[in-house]
Design a protein around this ligand. Sequence first.
Ligand code: SAM
Length: 201
Amino acid sequence: MGTTLGLDVGVLRRAIQQEYEDVAVCPAKGFHFHTGRLLAERLGYPAEEIDAVPAGSLESFAGVGNPFIFGHLRPGETVLDVGSGAGFDSLIAARQVGPAGRVIGVDMTDAMLEKARDGARATGLDNVEFRKGLVEELPLDDASVDVVISNGVINLCPDKEAVLREIARVLRPGGRLQIADIVVQKAVPQAAKEQIDLWTG
Ligand SMILES: C[S@@+](CC[C@H](N)C(=O)[O-])C[C@H]1O[C@@H](n2cnc3c(N)ncnc32)[C@H](O)[C@@H]1O
């Protein structure tokens, strides 16, 4: 599979999976980005929300912002976490929407999904589930969620239009999008787009 970016999307995805498998399995290894509790504190998550997340999901948190600063989720809402990683935001969302609500996390990296599912079991929350899939081909029905959250994922996807199309497809009319991600203000040079380590780092 190729793209006009001049790199093979399959090769890029495998490199990204390898990087985030490391974040799941060896969170203390040290990365070119911040992770874990210190990151969550720095991003302004309240201590009581951080404390309620099991250690495994917290140590592999690798977001770039805080999607909840745009507003708390409402009881009873159905929420999709696009690129849910080890489940940190999904588990916070599951508490916010309560037992009448539902959270679905989607991620492509098995080790992250395993940690997220372990985290959900450890909290005893039964209104959250994690599905394996690509965010460019979301494993959800049309118009099936009230809110989409995402944290640090779309910057890793070369076809951002495909991701946004999928998000628009699964959101109900009037649904909300609460995303934290990296935004560039200048066009990224072609040579940089073709360097996989710049995507994963
Ligand atoms: C920077 S981490 C962020 C994880 C989580 N949102 C958090 O805040 O901790 C990026 C996550 O996106 C997932 N990911 C990247 N590209 C993806 C894609 N095309 N489809 C599904 N998941 C993807 C990776 O597996 C990884 O778990």
